[in-house]
Write a protein that binds this ligand. Structure first.
Ligand SMILES: Cc1ncc(COP(=O)(O)O)c(C=O)c1O
Length: 499
């Protein structure tokens, strides 16, 4: 099982490396469960991997043990109903759209929605009306969806029944949900918030409330359906998520019907148990865990300002559990900074342009933040640091090895400017019915027939029906040259365009 070329071997090798995780999932490994007494579950996981035996309840007609987990979440999020999701927020988003938009209808959605929402459009047979996020040119990323932009869309498409926006976005920037909810509700529409990255916000808001700061959790701000990836920032296993219904604008029968269509008929009891353990943790230790998390973040940010050449992203609506770092003043773009961190055993979540996003979670501990701080200091101020870990003759771990390979590739002439998020004001055409594969070099001026999606973040840079620009061609090629996974471009460098 130690063959690293095979999946299980790779995973065991990774687990043995004890890298510092500033990426998903939020539990960051078994330490959290063990610390709070859930090791019995970890030790007997295989024996807990059951199906609907007597007494185990049924996810799609919950009346027993699953109902009681749902009730815990209803209390934690103050929701009318909380549905456990075993196919991630992805299935919750699809179900929410199917339940809120009639077949063939239209949906107002933020243009920077995740791929899962675009899947929802296609599965629900719905047409998009785009609300565009503001751009943050100083960081080269998308920011919040402004209430005025939602107002513009609502006025332009009054027949629409629902609006869907991500908040926070991948970088942690939240939108003004309370103002948006007012506009949406005045127009008689339903507000769905993709809070995949903000399951913890409801609990962070307790701190914010105490300090008199504005709240961020969509559950506190008037959204009707809020979908949370518990696995991304809290303590459930990957794919375990939650759909919170907050108002009677939602047709629960429709939503339940759509959820059971989108989820496995054999939902994993291990995933659902991890949701139960997460609820237990939050009920019994949530205050302490969240306080510690906030304190560690504050300490990290306080110390990071002193690192010469490091810019830490700030924004009035930033969920600062996402740590966005920029070391371009030291001549490092995001890819180079990420590599430097990886050499030091620290794995980040996302790179865009010069930014590296390190995603903290409930399972991170002081040592992780200290390692991140020390690594950044070492990278920014090598004169003050001991020899960097990358100078090792023999890389010890998978992350460092992969990093050395990347480094070699880069030295072999791959060093490329890391581009900011490209302009999204496309010329629009009908979505092509007939499609053909064409080399991306010849694609400018053609109509996109299959979205091009850098992953992560999983947000399409161009969608079907939009006219491909030179900027998009350059952007997609550059990301590939930098080694990023770009969906929608095949191994031969071709994309699908309309005929
Ligand atoms: C903004 C956003 N929404 C939704 C999703 C899908 O969530 P999940 O991975 O829980 O299916 C993601 C995944 O990364 C995401 O980034």
């Amino acid at each position: 099982m130690r063959n690293k070329e095979q999946l299980t071997g790779f995973l065991l090798d990774h687990a043995a490396q004890r890298t510092v995780s500033f990426h998903m999932p939020g539990h960051k490994g078994s330490g959290l469960y063990r610390r709070f007494g859930y090791d019995g579950f970890l030790n007997q996981m295989m024996d807990c991997d059951i199906t609907e035996i007597p007494g185990a309840d049924n996810l799609f007609q919950p009346e027993g043990v699953l109902r009681s987990t749902m009730d815990r979440y209803r209390r934690l999020y103050d929701s009318r109903e909380s549905y456990l999701l075993v196919n991630g927020s992805s299935c919750g988003l699809v179900a929410a759209v199917m339940a809120s938009v009639p077949a063939g209808g239209r949906l107002i959605l933020a243009r920077n929605c995740h791929k899962a929402v675009y899947n929802a459009l296609s599965l629900a047979g719905a047409q998009p009306v785009y609300a565009f996020p503001e751009m943050l040119p100083e960081y080269g990323i998308t920011g919040e969806i402004r209430p005025e932009e939602v107002r513009r869309c609502v006025a332009a498409a009054p027949d629409v029944s629902a609006v869907l926006i991500p908040s926070p976005n991948y970088y942690g920037i939240c939108s003004d949900i309370s103002a948006i909810a007012e506009i949406v509700h005045d127009a008689g529409m339903t507000l769905i918030v993709d809070q995949a990255h903000g399951a913890h916000l409801k609990f962070f808001d307790e701190n914010r409330r105490a300090d008199g700061r504005c709240l961020m959790a969509a559950e506190n701000l008037g959204a009707d359906i809020v979908i949370n990836s518990i696995h991304k920032t809290l303590a459930a296993f990957t794919e375990a998520a939650l759909c919170n219904v907050m108002s009677d604008r939602v047709d629960s029968d429709e939503l339940e019907d759509a959820l059971q269509k989108m989820e496995s008929t054999s939902p994993s009891y291990l995933l659902m148990a991890s949701l139960d353990i997460n609820a237990d943790l939050l009920e019994k230790h949530g205050g302490e865990l969240v306080d510690d998390w906030r304190k560690e973040l504050e300490l990290f940010y306080d110390r990071a300002v002193s690192i010469d050449g490091l810019r830490v992203m700030t924004h009035s609506r930033l969920d600062d559990s996402k740590i966005n770092l920029d070391m371009s003043r030291r001549g490092l773009n995001g890819y180079e900074l990420e590599q430097e961190l990886r050499k030091r055993g620290i794995l980040a979540e996302l790179i865009t342009g010069n930014l590296v996003m390190c995603m903290s979670g409930i399972g991170n501990r002081r040592n992780d933040y200290e390692r991140l701080y020390e690594a950044l200091r070492e990278i920014a101020e090598p004169e003050n640091a001991a020899a960097p870990a990358c100078d090792r003759a023999e890389p010890e771990n998978a992350a460092a090895r992969a990093c050395d390979e990347d480094e070699t590739e880069r030295r072999n002439g791959m060093a490329v400017e890391a581009p900011p998020w490209p302009d999204q004001s496309f010329v629009l055409h009908p979505v092509p019915r007939k499609r053909v594969r064409t080399p991306i070099d010849d694609a400018a001026g053609r109509v996109c027939a299959q979205a091009i999606i850098p992953y992560p973040p999983g947000i399409p840079v161009i969608c079907p029906g939009e006219e491909i620009t030179e900027e998009i061609v350059t952007y997609a090629k550059t990301l590939r040259a930098l080694g990023q996974n770009v969906m929608g471009i095949d191994g031969d460098g071709c994309v699908l365009v309309g005929v």
